[in-house]
Ligand binder design. Structure first.
Ligand code: HEM
Ligand code: NAG
Ligand code: NAG
Ligand code: NAG
Ligand code: NAG
Length: 336
């Protein structure tokens, strides 16, 4: 860096131009996340070691989503639940063993997160083109990006270079760092703040609920007891989610009543109409501090797309393992 700066400084004549170039170089260098080891994630991390990684991941995601659209939602959520516990390090993918219990049975994950077989499929295809090179954490990041794109959402370049953790944390996954759907607005804001994400990032990332489904047990109280809900929407949802009498807990409903498998901004339009499925969805538009974001994203799909991309990149930057930290797992389900 210093050498480049010296060259630039000695070869240019105007000091004004010099200053401009220095500023641009500093901006370029400061872009990207710096992890504890000082190394950064970057777009080109695999350009020499695994140039086919992006096309390989994409083809498997594409086939999986063609088979079942919901899989795109499930892969996107896996990345979120990975990043919020210990950082984006593939910890959520580790299976339980006799010596430790991973994150899969944690409250927010048990009977809920899915897509592990697709991740295995991606990993084995990637291993066959460049063995031992690409981390499972990066596979989740790329698969989440591809899922959004394939379902009609924005496209963006992801930064890669994450390594995989050797451990997972059931207690961290259970500690509330992934907020429950019963959360208050301030809890949602605080939990995202704790991961370096703003209230606006939280609102825009919640827009991921424009795709995917949720279980009756997680929205039952809302559709029977809450008042900030459209009456006919509540009735429709009640038809497949009976009162708590032991039945129907796992019955599914789409998170976006309008366009359930399309990645668009209708999630926000639903909130304007009091048709948010989860308590944690509607609380974002309930005479509170985030109302203006909802109004704006409901009217402006481009702003939603742009801000979603920015927030996804920010989420993908949460505490990555780089350098000699962690490892490149051979199998995403266990440490090497
Ligand atoms: C703001 C706090 C959030 C809460 C309280 C929350 C809560 C939930 C709940 C309760 C479900 C249904 C789970 C089930 O039925 O088992 C769900 C599904 C989902 N969530 Fe979130 N979520 C939040 C943020 C996010 C974020 C940041 C993303 C991604 C960027 C995301 C993506 C998804 C997706 C795509 C699904 C559907 C998954 C599928 O169909 O398999 N959520 N969420
Ligand atoms: C996870 O779900 C399974 C199957 O429904 C259940 O038997 C188990 O008790 C749950 N585990 C935890 C930790 O909640
Ligand atoms: C509605 O709220 C009451 C009082 O908090 C609770 O006992 C009941 O279980 C709730 N109903 C549903 C369907 O969640
Ligand atoms: C459970 O509740 C639903 C809806 O309220 C009702 O239709 C059904 O008959 C109930 N089942 C039992 C076993 O009580
Ligand atoms: C805000 O409160 C007013 C008055 O109670 C109510 O009519 C309105 O629907 C509320 N708006 C939202 C976004 O909840």
């Amino acid at each position: 860096m210093a050498g480049i700066l010296n060259n630039v400084l000695s070869s240019s004549s105007s000091s004004c131009v010099n200053l401009l170039i220095v500023i641009i170089l500093l901006l370029v260098v400061s872009e990207g996340s710096r992890s504890a080891s000082g190394q950064q994630l970057s777009r080109g991390y695999y350009s020499k070691t695994c140039p086919k990684v992006f096309s390989t991941v994409r083809s498997v995601v594409k086939a999986a989503v063609a088979k079942e659209k919901r899989m795109g939602a499930s892969l996107l959520r896996l990345h979120f639940h990975d990043c919020f516990v210990q950082g984006c390090d593939g910890s959520i993918l580790l299976d339980d063993t006799s010596s430790f219990t991973g994150e899969k049975t944690a409250l927010p994950n048990n009977n809920s997160v899915r897509g592990f077989n697709v991740v295995d499929d991606i990993k084995s295809k990637v291993e066959s083109v460049c063995p031992g090179v690409v981390s499972c954490a990066d596979i989740l990041t790329i698969a989440a990006r591809d899922s959004v794109d394939i379902l009609g959402g924005p496209k963006w370049d992801v930064k890669v270079g994450r390594r995989d953790s050797r451990r997972a944390s059931l207690s961290a996954a259970n500690s509330g760092v992934i907020p429950p759907p019963t959360s208050t607005l301030s809890n949602l804001i605080n939990r995202f703040q704790a991961r370096g994400l703003s209230a606006k990032d939280m609102v825009v990332l919640s827009g991921a609920h424009t795709i995917g489904q949720a279980r009756c047990t997680l929205f039952r109280n809302r559709i029977y007891n809450e008042t900030n809900i459209d009456t006919s929407f509540a009735r429709t949802r009640q038809a497949n989610c009976p009162r708590p009498n032991g039945s129907g807990d796992n019955n599914l409903a789409v998170l976006d009543v309008k366009t359930p498998t399309k990645f668009d901004n209708s999630y926000y339009k639903n909130l304007l109409n009091k048709k948010g499925l989860l308590h944690s969805d509607q609380i974002l538009y309930n005479n509170g501090s985030t109302d203006s974001f909802i109004e704006s994203y409901s009217k402006n799909p481009k702003a939603f797309a742009n801000d979603f991309v920015t927030a996804m990149i920010k989420m993908g930057d949460i505490s990555p393992l780089t350098g000699s930290n962690g490892e490149i797992r051979k199998n995403c389900r266990r440490a090497n």
